[in-house]
Design a protein. Structure first.
Length: 318
């Protein structure tokens, strides 16, 4: 039987061959990030960026109003008929550190004699397990939350906190087609689903999405039958998909029975990782285990703050 210390040493050797000082090599960073975001229903729709700088500027350029005007041959447009783009930018602060520690008992090492295979399995499992936390942070982060209340969410402000330009309080009502219409009309016409290049979505909680699916299925006629029989789980309103996101809160409001809705194109949200992602191991002989520490830096910003709507006080039922 191979000694456990030898097995752990092989794992450490594989780690040193794959990484530099515990940091993932440049060609390993992007696949690791993909592993982290792919399983999540919201994250995988966002625009994923990585940077080697502590900040990343996200520019946005748009024209407001008309750009064309009447013209005459051989004459320049009058000054009042000319247009200029509106320039702006948001900055992602990827100095925001998050860290996870995993204990790897010797018994696990016994079943994975090849250290490199063991490391790859643990790295993949760690990325997938951490993906839920990253999605939770990106959506529900709030820097006013104390570590004693939640060990993670106070690290940064997520999208529910950052969406402040277009907001709508629904007044503790249950979901219906009128709710979606009100939310969609809160979006400025410039960014509405009728004018926007990319498809919009309603992101909300699982229960709210289920409630709307049941609302549609209860309708009399072919449309209700279709929603009962359709196994794809696709629910929409006026061409806008309703997406249930498991980490969306469902205990908001006075009665702790409300959720929120983000109406947006998910590509408007930039989730930014620092390229210096570390996976380090440390042997603890007295515990008969190895410790793996995963460290990352992440932030989320909108490309355009005006192109998102936050609706609150949507009542959910079981």
């Amino acid at each position: 039987m191979v000694d456990n210390n030898v097995l752990i040493a092989k794992a450490d050797l594989a780690l040193s061959s794959l990484t530099s000082n515990g940091g993932l090599k440049p060609d390993e960073v992007r696949p690791f990030i993909v592993l982290m975001v792919t399983p999540r229903v919201f994250l995988r729709r966002c625009r994923i960026e990585d940077t080697s700088s502590p900040t990343l500027r996200i520019p946005n350029l748009r024209f407001t109003g008309r750009v064309f005007a009447q013209a005459n041959s051989g004459q320049a447009l009058a000054a009042g008929a000319r247009s200029a783009p509106t320039l702006g930018q948001n900055t992602a602060d990827v100095s925001r550190l998050i860290r996870a520690e995993f204990i790897i008992p010797d018994e696990i090492a016994e079943d994975n004699v090849d250290g490199e295979v063991l490391l790859n399995k643990i790295r993949e499992a760690a990325a997938q397990a951490g993906s839920k936390d990253v999605e939770d942070l990106v959506i529900n982060g709030d820097t006013t939350i104390a570590p004693a209340t939640d060990v993670l969410l106070g690290r940064l402000d997520g999208l529910l906190k950052k969406t402040t330009v277009n907001t709508l309080a629904l007044g503790t009502i249950v979901v219906s087609k009128d709710v979606w219409t009100s939310i969609e009309l809160t979006m400025p016409a410039e960014f509405s689903s009728e004018n926007y290049q990319e498809p919009m979505q309603h992101f909300t909680s699982r229960k709210a999405r289920k409630n709307y699916g049941n609302y549609l299925a209860a309708r009399v006629g072919a449309y209700g039958d279709k929603n009962i029989q359709d196994s794809r789980g696709y629910v929409e309103h006026d061409g806008v998909e309703v997406v249930g996101v498991p980490v969306f809160p469902e205990t908001q409001g006075v009665g702790t029975n409300c959720t929120s809705v983000l109406h947006m194109d998910a590509n408007n949200a930039h989730v930014v990782f620092h390229r210096e992602i570390k996976m380090e191991t440390q042997r603890d002989a007295s515990a008969g285990a190895a410790k793996m520490v995963m460290t990352a830096r992440v932030d989320v910003v909108y490309e355009n703050d005006n192109a998102a709507v936050l609706a609150t006080q949507l009542k959910v039922t079981t």
